[in-house]
Design a protein around this ligand. Structure first.
Ligand SMILES: [Zn+2]
Length: 498
């Protein structure tokens, strides 16, 4: 029977955020040790579920070690990484003579206090341990997020890595299934190799939607190569994650081949050519609020909300979800029928204390740091209070990639006045699924303006209901204007074309 050691450590790390991602955040996101790594993930829509599904259908025996994940945020504390290694390497030590391979659920853009390349570190420690234990060539497979910043070391020391291909990540589970299938091939074909190609381009999350250029053409070209060259088993088009100030930040490519390195490099050259032919679209410009509203006013009549996209507080990219740089000025314009969500624990507590139906004046938002605006004084009636648990309406939502289909926003309060409905939650919740609002009695479909704290990941939920959407340039650490960020480690990488 094929026996596979399984583990996971998943985080997208925004190195400019001062708030660290520590054990409490991973406890919130999920730390599953031993059998719980299987039982708690089976069927939950996550990449781990995809691996488990493939393994169980293939009749593999899974030896679980530890699987942990947390929402994108600041640097991961070393104790988290140490906890992962403690359980993972203990499992490896104990079972090394019984296993045929290793499968890991990773992100690719994880940075800890002491490592700029945690996934590379995992591969290095694994290989070192395997060497010491007398099994240096054991196949290692992994599934990665499309936003991974990938090092040569990570690719060189792993056997097969397979990244998501869709952004929004509607294919996270399916990508894990495909990664497991690649590992299955690698178990029987020791000659398989990977080739990696870094590029100089660092592109903000707003520039890497898979339906838009440059990703669209590069992904299509990659699929064409896979279809025409039987040696090529998989090509990863890695958008990278711009908010990591690390030397390996940026767009990269990698592939799995049965053929030669020379042939692989020719394919990678061709793909870099496609990227460069379309690169301008990767650096889009954004409107100020007045311009965006003027464009909205000029639209022909239609139905559905105008989405005002606040990419600078892209929750899926790690920022606090409490920025007020869009909502504050929008309220000041006097416009109404506005819907917005803010993460604000203190405000939620005040609402629960005041009780359902009470009228309350609060300072909402902008409480995490100095980068995301100033609190808004808001007076409204408390129309809904809840525990904030909801099920994804779309189980293939980008959100499921981070931890499954049950979402916990923490306690929630809905504050309403003549101008706006504000969903306040204890935990930041990325706008990737309409269940976020519907579960709280709110309908984005009926709003005139919805403030969206995302770059691309909202699109699977909102494309079908929106009238139009406009990206608004506001302050925040997930800004699309990368020139505003104090990078120190990028060397000659390109963060802007102007
Ligand atoms: Zn991603």
């Amino acid at each position: 029977m094929t026996t596979i050691l399984f583990g996971g450590l998943y985080h997208e790390t925004h190195t400019f955020l001062a708030q660290k991602t520590g054990m409490p955040q991973f406890e919130e996101g999920g730390i599953h040790i031993g059998e719980a790594a299987i039982d708690r993930n089976r069927g939950n829509g996550s990449p781990s579920a995809g691996f488990i599904d493939y393994a169980e259908k293939a009749g593999w025996r899974i030896i679980p070690t530890i699987q942990m994940a947390a929402q994108p945020a600041g640097k991961v504390t070393d104790d988290v990484v140490e906890m992962f290694f403690e359980h993972y390497l203990a499992g490896l030590d104990r079972h090394v003579q019984e296993i045929d391979g290793i499968f890991l659920v990773l992100h690719g853009a994880m940075v800890s206090e002491s490592s700029d390349d945690v996934e590379g570190l995992i591969m290095r420690k694994t290989r070192e341990r395997l060497k010491a234990l007398g099994r240096p060539d054991l196949p290692i497979g992994a599934v990665l997020d499309l936003h991974g910043n990938i090092s040569d070391e990570m690719v060189k020391l792993s056997t097969v890595v397979r990244a998501y291909r869709e952004n929004p990540h509607t294919d996270a589970l399916e990508s894990a299934v495909e990664a497991a299938a690649l590992l299955d091939i690698a178990l029987g074909e020791p000659g398989i190799r990977q080739v990696h190609r870094a590029t100089k381009y660092v592109i903000s999350p707003t520039g890497v939607g898979s339906a838009n250029e440059p990703m669209k053409s590069v992904l299509a070209a990659a699929r064409a190569i896979e279809a025409s060259d039987p040696d090529i088993l998989n090509i990863n088009v890695m958008a990278g994650y711009a908010y990591s100030d690390i030397a390996i930040c940026g767009f990269s490519l990698s592939l799995v081949t049965r053929g030669t390195v020379e042939a692989a490099n020719e394919h990678l050259d061709a793909l870099v050519g496609v990227l460069e032919a379309n690169i301008e679209a990767g650096y889009p410009s954004e409107d100020d609020l007045q311009t965006a509203l003027a464009k909205a006013d000029a639209l022909p009549p239609g139905s559905g909300p105008i989405l005002l996209i606040e990419a600078s507080d892209n929750i899926g990219g790690g920022t606090p979800g409490d920025a007020t740089g869009l909502l504050g000025p929008l309220l000041e314009t006097g416009r109404n029928n506005i819907l917005a969500a803010l993460a604000d624990k203190e405000a939620v507590a005040a609402c629960f204390e005041a009780g359902l139906g009470a009228e309350i004046t609060l300072e909402i938002g902008a409480k995490t740091d100095e980068h995301h605006g100033t609190p808004i004084r808001f007076t409204g009636k408390i129309e809904h209070l809840s525990d904030g648990v909801f099920q994804l309406e779309n189980p293939k939502s980008h959100m499921a990639s981070m931890g499954g289909t049950t979402i916990r926003m923490g306690r929630c309060a809905v504050l309403v006045n003549d101008q706006a409905k504000i969903l306040l939650s204890e935990r930041k919740t990325a706008p990737m699924d309409l269940g976020q609002y519907h579960s709280q009695g709110l309908r984005p479909e009926d709003a005139t303006y919805v403030v969206i704290k995302a770059a691309v990941s909202h699109r699977a939920a909102y494309d079908d209901i929106q009238r139009a959407s406009f990206y608004v340039d506001t302050p925040g650490l997930c800004t699309s204007n990368l020139k505003r960020l104090p990078y120190t480690k990028l060397g000659d990488k390109v963060i802007s074309l102007t």
